[in-house]
Design a protein around this ligand. Sequence first.
Ligand code: HEC
Length: 106
Amino acid sequence: MMRMPLTLLALAGLAACGSPDPAAKADADPGAAKYASVCQDCHGAGGEGKGRFPRLAGRPADQLAARLRQYKSGHKIEGMSDAMRPFAQAMSEQQIDQVTAWLATQ
Ligand code: HEC
């Protein structure tokens, strides 16, 4: 039996409207979630890059997606290592689009 007092429901509704929760937003965005679970250890929490890990934040989504598809196909990119290949190969086409769309807005 589900019995929740109405006042509690109303309060929860108000809280949800009054304070947008950034963590909840990241949960709702599959691109952000994928980035946080796989990519941020190397490329930084916000895609800012560090040392040999290139910056990804704010770069055009189609450019990043093209790169990931090159890695995914096993194509050797001049001047780059093979470090990214397994990560790109583990991504679906849809995940590539979602992650790069999110990165472009960072
Ligand atoms: C183990 C560390 C590591 C992880 C995890 C990782 N990357 Fe990378 N990534 C690199 C390195 C190192 C490069 C630099 C290019 C090279 O040397 O191959 C790179 C390059 C890239 C590039 C090409 C950037 C350019 O300037 O063209 C893209 C795009 C990219 N990574 C996206 C991602 C995404 C998206 C994820 C998560 C799914 C991810 N990376 C996870 C290490 C990593």
